[in-house]
Design a protein around this ligand. Structure first.
Ligand SMILES: O=P(O)(O)OC[C@H]1O[C@@H](O)[C@H](O)[C@@H](O)[C@@H]1O
Length: 304
């Protein structure tokens, strides 16, 4: 069977390759595993809580309606906790939508969110439907989100696929095609133009790359081999994050303690500013991940 549902999760197996699968936890509609040809591609902490007691440390947590903690006291999302409420709500499994490639959907509405938490967003007046579509094709894995404003009040939101990739050694990993983008370094609280043709990782890293052109495919490269080619639709910003030693030590659900060496987050989103949806409007965005590729150098000046 290509799609198997248990009380807590949904597993998709590629009918043409039993060694390729995706596991999605209903809690947060969090993808917790993507195995391609027998190899796990996502990082999941050994101490990640999968029982709904806190957002999952690893996989692909979903960030909505706010990225980080909103610092603007007058904004609707300001009372919400870091990264909003989608990652810590149990989504409804809507079923399989296509057979080949195999795709499943999950839905979230205000009724699925802890009411105390939900009311922190615009005093509970925003009505919305989120539909997540997870598609496992032979050589690609796609997560797509549709946000619909089903209420009378206009709302503003951020979206982010907080994707944790598994890497062998992060100090050997390079990230391409962010050169020339405007970057906000969250650790230094400064904005500058990225000049490095490839990013490398030797200390804590927490940056938001803004308005990265859709034609640019962000890649993770390890010793000349492309581990990930990431295509984005409607997701102009990309957060690149590694907590390194001290920060990961401070996270109770982060294990093993040297796990920061084996993970790298590349998080496509719309976070540098808010998306506005008026009554009845829909917004759709997706990330498509290919676990290989040719190295492509795409700068603002030339593309190979
Ligand atoms: O611990 P959390 O809430 O899952 O957040 C993890 C990280 O998520 C990243 O997206 C942020 O840029 C970091 O600043 C943050 O530390």
């Amino acid at each position: 069977m290509a799609v198997e549902e248990t009380d807590t999760q949904v597993i998709i197996t590629n009918p043409s390759d039993p060694n390729s699968s995706v596991t999605i936890l209903k809690y947060g509609a969090t993808v917790i595993s993507w195995i391609y040809k027998g190899e796990e591609k996502l990082w999941l902490s050994d101490d990640a809580k999968l029982d709904g007691s806190k957002p999952v440390r690893g996989g692909i947590p979903l960030v909505f309606p706010v990225f980080g903690k909103c610092k603007d006291a007058s904004h609707d999302t300001e009372p919400l906790p870091q990264h909003g409420f989608a990652r810590n709500s149990t989504w409804q499994f809507l079923g399989q939508v296509t057979e080949s490639p195999c795709a499943v959907q999950f839905g979230l509405g205000p009724e699925d969110v802890d009411q105390e938490l939900y009311k922190k967003w615009g005093k509970g007046r925003h009505d919305f439907t989120l539909v997540l579509t997870v598609t496992l094709a032979d050589d690609t894995f796609t997560t797509q989100i549709e946000v619909e404003n089903t209420g009378a009040s206009t709302f503003e939101f951020n979206w982010l696929f907080h994707t944790y990739y598994r890497v062998e050694d992060v100090t050997d990993s390079l990230v391409t095609n962010l050169m020339d983008s405007t970057c906000y370094d969250q650790l230094l609280a400064t904005t500058y133009q990225e000049k490095a043709p490839m990013l490398s990782f030797h200390e804590e890293f927490d940056r938001i790359y803004k308005k990265v052109e859709e034609e640019k495919h962000i890649q993770i490269v390890d010793k000349g081999k492309v581990l990930v080619t990431l295509e984005r639709e409607n997701l102009p910003d990309a957060v690149v994050w590694n907590p390194w030693i001290e920060k990961s030590k401070g996270m109770a659900d982060f294990a093993p303690k040297l796990g920061y060496m084996n993970m790298l987050c590349i998080e496509p989103g719309h976070v540098a500013d808010f998306i506005t949806l008026t009554r009845g409007e829909k917004w759709i965005a997706s990330q498509k991940i290919t676990p290989f590729g040719e190295i492509r150098v795409q700068t603002d000046i030339y593309s190979v």
